[in-house]
Design a protein around this ligand. Structure first.
Ligand code: FES
Length: 90
């Protein structure tokens, strides 16, 4: 994923915003990333990736996220699965 690709598709929060938030604000828990433009507070798709970014930044200062195409495709499958289960999909 490139820095200007959206990580949180619900709230249009880019990878760069999340990384800068981690670098500047130094959150102590992954859940604090929600303070970065509401990241992770919509459908929930990006939460594992936010967690991963948080953990990687804590350890190495880097993050491993799939390329943008795979990220969008897999989210569509995630939303479809939630829909089948009857979960709310805002
Ligand atoms: S993609 Fe981030 S909450 Fe939906």
């Amino acid at each position: 994923m490139k820095p200007d690709d959206e990580l949180c598709l619900c709230f249009h929060v880019t990878m760069r915003k999340v990384q800068n938030f981690c670098r500047i604000e130094k959150p102590r828990r992954a859940s604090q990333l929600s303070e970065c433009g509401g990241a992770g507070t919509g459908c929930g798709w990006c939460r594992p990736f936010l967690q991963r970014i948080f953990e990687n930044q804590q350890q190495t200062g880097e993050s491993e996220i799939p390329d943008s195409e795979a990220y969008h495709r897999d989210r569509a499958a995630y939303l479809e699965e939630r829909k089948k289960r009857g979960d709310k999909t805002d």
